[in-house]
Ligand binder design. Structure first.
Ligand code: SF4
Length: 370
């Protein structure tokens, strides 16, 4: 049983044969993609407060030290991002800050918000006004919390990380795999294009990795809502000295992710954290979000590659590099977008034109979103 699953009524059956089959997969069983994609984004850490204390994470700050970005700061970053041609505002916070974070809640109240989700909604609206499509990854969410912000996001996400119970998540306040799967299920029920992934090297074993991928696949089979799987290695930082997975591990797990998911789901390797050049033959087809404006606030010691570097990677792979929106084309073509996001993409202005220029595969955007 997946830890925490019963609490959320999550039933995921991973058959023994499926686990065995997936564990037998290696890089020789997959082909290189015929195209690589990426999104040009800005990274907006709405707050660094988080109720948890995962031992590999440098993102969260303890109560009294956590930041909350102001609406003015958000608008300014979004404006700079739009000027630099970005199309995605990646909003993050840790998991719903708990009541230890008095100062965060006092500030939210002073700005007229009862909850951080109310504030996230305002932040997403600011992004849309400034010509950037929101993609929020605010940790675990109840259905009500997600529903509150769903229509102002082009897509959303949360990393499953692993279905295993690992020491790295332990402590007085620990997230559970069941809670993460509940968030992924909520997105499916609400019809939200969704990004998830696995974090490799936090204490899970090979069987856990296979089961994690199969759990994501099962959610996708129910709702058809997963747009990409991120295969992310844990990396050394000020809080994590447990090492990173070696290249062979990353190659094998990337190939397993490719085989586990249908072709319509992208497999992403983050180029600032993994040696992407050596994963090109393992089935990756996306390089994630890269930012010409902001740093990766989750891994601030690992700089984004320049666009030139992504072009080099695509050249080595011998395939075209294509810029995409934070929502993948098939969701636009299949009518998954909310009204505010549809309006943004079809707008008769410079922002709408910029969005549409990255929808080559959607023959008539206006018709698709009607
Ligand atoms: S990994 Fe996410 S949930 Fe864990 S401490 Fe960091 S921000 Fe919080």
């Amino acid at each position: 049983m997946i830890p925490g699953a019963a609490e959320y009524g999550i039933e995921v059956e991973t058959g023994e044969e499926d686990v065995k089959d997936l564990l037998s997969v290696g890089p020789e069983d997959v082909s290189a993609a015929d195209e690589l994609s990426f999104a040009r984004n800005i990274f907006i850490p709405l707050t660094t407060a988080c109720r948890y204390t995962c031992s590999y994470c440098t993102y969260y700050d303890p109560p009294g030290q956590a930041d909350l970005m102001s609406p003015r700061e958000i608008r300014e970053i979004c404006r700079r991002g739009a000027d630099a041609g970005c199309t995605e505002a990646l909003f993050t916070f840790g998991d719903d800050p708990d009541d230890r974070y008095d100062e965060i809640y006092d500030q939210l109240e002073a700005w007229g918000h009862e909850t951080i989700y109310e504030y996230l909604r305002e932040a997403c609206r600011i992004a849309l006004e400034e010509g950037i499509l929101p993609h929020s990854n605010p940790g675990d969410q109840t259905r009500e919390q997600m529903e509150r912000v769903a229509d102002v996001n082009a897509s959303m996400g949360v990393m499953l990380e692993t279905t295993a119970e690992v020491q790295a998540h332990s402590g007085p306040r620990a997230k559970t795999p069941g809670q993460r799967l509940n968030t992924i299920r909520n997105a499916g029920e609400l019809g939200i294009p969704f990004t998830t992934g696995i974090l490799v090297g936090i204490g899970e074993d090979w069987r856990d990795r296979a089961e994690s991928l199969l759990a994501i696949r099962e959610m996708h089979e129910r709702y058809d809502h997963i747009q990409e799987i991120i295969v992310q290695p844990v990396v050394e930082n000020d809080r994590w000295k447990g090492g990173s997975p070696d290249l062979e591990t990353l190659r094998r797990i990337t190939a397993m992710a490719r085989v586990a998911m249908p072709k319509t789901v992208s497999i992403q390797a983050p180029p600032n954290l993994a040696s992407v050049r050596e994963l090109l033959d393992c089935g990756i087809d996306d390089l994630g979000g890269v930012s010409p404006v902001t740093v990766d606030h989750i891994n601030p010691e690992y700089e984004w590659p320049e666009l030139r570097e992504l072009e080099d990677i695509a050249e080595i792979a011998g395939v075209p590099l294509r810029e995409r929106l934070p929502v993948y084309e098939r969701f636009v073509a299949d009518g998954w977008l909310s009204d505010p996001v549809k309006r943004a993409i079809t707008a008769d202005n410079e922002h709408g034109e910029r969005y549409r220029s990255h929808l080559d595969g959607v023959s008539n955007v206006a018709r698709c979103v009607d």
